[in-house]
Design a protein around this ligand. Structure first.
Ligand code: CUA
Length: 305
């Protein structure tokens, strides 16, 4: 039998099939008796109504049988779920950040990736973290889903048992681009994984500059376009060096989008809101983007004329 894409597939699928099977038995049984009573007690077959006397035997029966059925569902549910909370020793720990609206995976050596790369047949623990709102990390092929809650550490773990790429979704409504909060798990051989893991930031090759890489890795580009189109936040295109109308404590003000402005917008994004945009959609990146990195971001923004 196919072991499944992760070590949890069999347990979850068994619980699912048991519940589906019992539901099917109940559907057939209830429908059967419904039709049977409709015919038996129709006016034609049963013209004079009678009182029904209570029956202890029947009451005990319809209490005990559903209790047993529900306990069977609970048993299989628990058997499938309980191992998900017990992480084996020696699991690779990866910090998984879900934010509006992208995923970021950080490995023990500091390597970061926007897709989850894991070795086959090794336990992997994901430490779940959200800087903004509720998200939920969902890997359907692995049969695992766990809420990512701001201010409350959570985790999930798995052993990938099949090579290949599998979808990652956000399964908790988190705002306008919730349905675009997608990623992938890539399961590769252990040797291949070690080579990937030890290679310094191969992602950087995709970026024209360090500043662009910083913006991409922090998920900035999910809300700020680089082609002038309006997303949740103002576009980066033509931003640097122009006058902006911003709202500060209810008053409109003109500010110059210079180095200091960029820094304020990253560290204290809700202090000045650009006209036409909403407050409270961005959190501070103070503990995520350093001042040196902001200089790189500014250099990149200067190129987006
Ligand atoms: Cu994140 Cu929905």
């Amino acid at each position: 039998m196919n072991p499944g894409a992760s070590n949890f597939v069999q347990g979850v699928d068994t619980a699912f099939i048991v519940i589906l099977g019992l539901s099917f038995v109940l559907l057939i049984g209830i429908t059967f008796f419904m039709v049977y009573f409709v015919i038996k007690y129709s006016k034609k077959n049963h013209p004079v109504p009678e009182d029904v006397k209570d029956s202890h035997k029947l009451e005990i029966l319809w209490t005990v049988i559903p209790t047993i059925l529900v306990l069977i569902m609970f048993y299989y549910g628990w058997i499938g779920y309980q191992p998900m909370r017990e992480v084996p020793n020696g699991a690779i720990e990866i910090k998984a950040t879900g934010r509006m609206w992208s995923w970021d995976f950080e490995y023990p050596n500091g390597k970061r990736s926007n897709i989850l790369v894991v070795p086959k047949d090794k336990p992997v623990k994901l430490n779940l973290y959200s800087p903004d709102v509720l998200h939920s990390l969902y890997i359907p092929a692995f049969r695992i889903k766990e809420d990512v809650v701001p201010g409350r550490p959570n985790y999930m773990w798995f052993i990938a048992q099949e090579l290949g790429e599998f979808d990652v979704f956000c399964a908790e409504y988190c705002g306008v681009q919730h349905s675009y909060m997608l990623s992938k798990v890539r399961v590769i051989d252990e040797n291949e994984f070690l080579a990937w893991f030890n290679k310094k930031e191969d992602e950087s090759q995709q970026f024209a500059s360090i500043g662009e890489q910083i913006l991409a890795q922090n998920g900035c580009v999910a809300c700020h376009s680089r082609d002038g189109s309006k997303l949740v936040g103002p576009s980066f295109k033509g931003l640097y060096g122009t006058q902006k109308n911003v709202e500060v404590n209810g008053d409109m003000k003109k500010v110059m989008a210079d180095d200091e402005y960029i820094k304020r917008a990253i560290y204290d994004p809700n202090a000045e809101i650009v006209e036409g945009f909403n407050k409270g959609l961005m959190v501070s990146y103070k503990d995520k983007i350093t001042e040196d990195e902001i200089k790189e971001v500014v250099n990149y923004l200067k190129t987006l004329k």
